[in-house]
Design a protein around this ligand. Structure first.
Ligand code: PRP
Length: 220
């Protein structure tokens, strides 16, 4: 069962829109230009789904025809969207398209592509003042081994005093191995993903996956 991989997992793959868009993203014949277009459409849906997971409260409004009790999320200026550079920047921009008032933080973490088992390196992190009091929307389209996300969250917690329970990790595609790594290290972090794939291959690529998200999105 997928829910046993992580105690705080939300999967939004069951909508037809995501299924259609992901078929295009997975297809190796999809050009980089088309990949960007389908990815932006899909990430925008994910951004809405992930933002909706922050705490909500009832709100009384009036429609043109009468009173109505609705629901609202937190003030967007109390949310900091944090990108794990570089692929995270693509998802960050979709979040900002949906909610332009969010604050922004950046973390640069690099994996050693020649040795995927090696611990990644943290090069840089920059957060807005008061980030320890904000909700965090961590943005990275891919979760493979979980090494990068674990390091990013560890940095947010130890260097920027963020409470893991206030972090939502928005992710397009993940592997069971990455979810298990996150469950071991940060079970309180909620993960909102579109799809959970089968496994990682020997090169630590997600299978069946969609290849290298960053390379395809940025036409590297
Ligand atoms: C990808 C992806 C994640 C990481 C996932 O980034 O965007 O950050 O790999 O792998 P992991 O779970 O095993 O750490 P990559 O290092 O390829 O850099 P990029 O964002 O520049 O493409």
């Amino acid at each position: 069962m997928l829910s046993s991989l992580h105690p705080n997992l939300v999967i939004c793959q069951n909508t037809k829109a995501h299924s259609i868009l992901f078929t295009k993203l997975r297809d190796e014949t999809t050009s980089s230009e088309s990949f960007v277009r389908y990815a932006k459409r899909s990430m925008r849906l994910l951004a809405e789904d992930a933002l909706a997971e922050f705490p909500t409260k009832p709100v009384d409004i009036h429609t043109p025809c009468g009173p109505f009790q609705g629901v609202e999320g937190p003030d967007p200026t109390t949310i900091c969207a944090v990108s794990i550079v570089r692929s995270g920047d693509a998802l960050l921009e979709s979040v900002r398209d949906v909610e332009s008032a969010v604050r922004v933080g950046k973390i640069l973490i690099q994996r050693d592509e020649s040795d995927p088992e090696k611990r990644p390196t943290l090069f840089y992190s920059k957060m807005p003042p008061g980030v320890e009091n904000m909700y965090i929307l961590l943005c990275d389209p891919m979760l493979a081994t979980g090494g990068s996300a674990t390091m990013a969250i560890g940095t947010l917690v130890s260097k920027h005093n963020v409470d893991p329970a206030k972090i939502i990790f928005a992710n397009m595609i993940c592997a069971p191995e990455g979810l298990q790594c996150m469950a071991t290290n940060f079970p309180a972090v909620k993960i909102v993903t579109v799809v959970v794939d089968e496994k990682l291959n020997e090169s630590k690529f997600i299978v069946p996956g969609l290849g290298d998200y960053g390379d395809r999105f940025f036409n590297t």
